[in-house]
Design a protein around this ligand. Sequence first.
Ligand SMILES: Cc1cc2nc3c(=O)[nH]c(=O)nc-3n(C[C@H](O)[C@H](O)[C@H](O)COP(=O)(O)OP(=O)(O)OC[C@H]3O[C@@H](n4cnc5c(N)ncnc54)[C@H](O)[C@@H]3O)c2cc1C
Length: 583
Amino acid sequence: MAMWTTGWREEQWETLDQFQWDLVVIGGGITGAGILREAARIGLRCILFEAHDFASGTSSRSSKLIHGGLRYLKNFQLKMTSESVHEREHLLKEGRGLVTPLPFIMANFQGDRVPPWLFGLGLSVYDLLALKWNHASYSAKALRQLCPPLTSSKITSGFRYFDAQADDARLVLRVLQEAVQDGASALNYAKVENLLKDSSGRVRGVTVADSSGSSDRSIEVQARSVINATGAWADGLRSRVGGKSRLRILRGSHLFFPSKRLPLSRAVTFWHPRDQRPVFIFPWEGVTLVGTTDVDHQADPKFNTVDGHLFVTCATRNIENPPGGHKTYGFERFDEGEWSEPFECAPCVFWRPKKWRDQYVVAAYAWAEKDASVKLLSSKDGRDWKVISNILPYETGGNETELFVENNKLIAFSRAASDLDMLISTYFPDENRWETVSTGRLIHGPCIFQAKDRTFITGRYCSQGDDRFRELQGDWRKFTNYVQQPDEEGYKTVAEAAGIDPARIEEYHHGLRTGILLIDGTKLRLVMELLSAGDSSYPGVVEYGDEYVISDYSMHEYYPVIHKPGDWESPSDIYVSRVRFGK
Ligand SMILES: Cc1cc2nc3c(=O)[nH]c(=O)nc-3n(C[C@H](O)[C@H](O)[C@H](O)COP(=O)(O)OP(=O)(O)OC[C@H]3O[C@@H](n4cnc5c(N)ncnc54)[C@H](O)[C@@H]3O)c2cc1C
């Protein structure tokens, strides 16, 4: 069956472990793709595994330049420049359509540390190494004619020289396709989780897991050789076989501007006035890209392991397509103030992920499918999440669910459909089963914490008592349903139209308070009301010295009289409470 056609993936998974491969390449960036192609060319039986999509790592986030290493000349790295120049020329020939020549304008400014004559000399060497004579020098006036956005009066002269530009991600795909044509295989969303060693300690295979989210299969694949081409992640796999970290992680930054804001028809480069790093600006796919060369990146090098990682997850709602239009995105913190691009976690709402038995777990709700209302998801690295269990059946209407780990036991506290009680479910992992009991109280936005060996829950509760709350909630529901019926019949307020006393709607909202309740078995006992007003909740708790700091949001005490649904959406405050628990 031809590769990448329907059904091919399934067939590939079934045959992965049926023979020994000559070579397994891990990582589907340009390095892995290049190795695979060369291996296929010499007739090796080889396969490449990529954890995400091909070229989803650095190889689609580069500066898109195929440069001949002009900047290495500054340090007299002639050999390196020569090699780079030859590679560029080779790629211009081989990657026709994907790799194209790119003219650069280099402006010389008054006070540049590199004098123009020296830069000119460097360009001559650069061209000679490529056996071309492509550069030219310009006066300030001629340079402005060539590139009108260069308006600075401090420009003294300039140069034009040639490098090349490539569509980096497409280049990877082309190289992979060529490898496949030569008999190799390449599988994306296949994450290598472990390296297998033989009795002499040599790596002889890998354990690969399906990271597509469609299955939780994991297979041991035998190979005569394994190449780790995972780029910035390489130390993660190396550490699995006791190897020491070797990488010095570098980072570059790119800014993209709409081309109408920063119109440019050719590439421009200059020395950064502060640290003299080269800066380049060029048109790219309808935008203008501004970039610099690399700086050291201080991220935790154990980037792909569970420990030492900080993730934040964010649920969003696609307002054009409810219901089932939810998605949670994650962000990973790399460095002080530095976050990753958002990555998609799952098509649902995540509550607060926790760590349990060497994995992250989260209870997630708002699923488009109706097989369960709250499901348990697990992730090894905080990025790829898989459903492993159903916590609550669909009929409960369960949603906000806090996972709590007590003595290695996983417990879920769920707000069920709002007229039901808070439910407590305990997980039995060996049987992959949850047992659920009701607390007899209504609690929204649950947050569980332990203080002085006791377990507490903080969240929104109903200060009028649950029965009164349910009664008022009935009116509130009728009231909000009128939102679909415009006030065409001349009623003064929606409440009047619905035949509802607005005071009851206000009572409903003002009755919602945030408190701390003690969890005694399955019973919840209110121990403290927090200083918030009206519709309030979604608290968070941190332990700080001998205190617990609790934040929650609260409506302003006096919101306007409620005439129509949404009138309660008045400005909110964030309240912070400091609580100390006695013995
Ligand atoms: C900011 C910046 C700008 C750059 N600009 C240029 C430029 O203009 N021109 C140039 O030539 N070079 C440039 N480079 C360098 C170039 O982009 C990189 O050298 C190149 O992309 C590295 O490719 P790679 O295949 O080694 O790594 P990657 O492209 O990062 O590929 C590694 C792959 O391994 C996968 N992986 C990780 N762990 C696993 C696992 N356990 N199982 C399976 N797969 C796994 C990852 O998902 C990833 O796709 C730039 C680099 C940076 C950082």
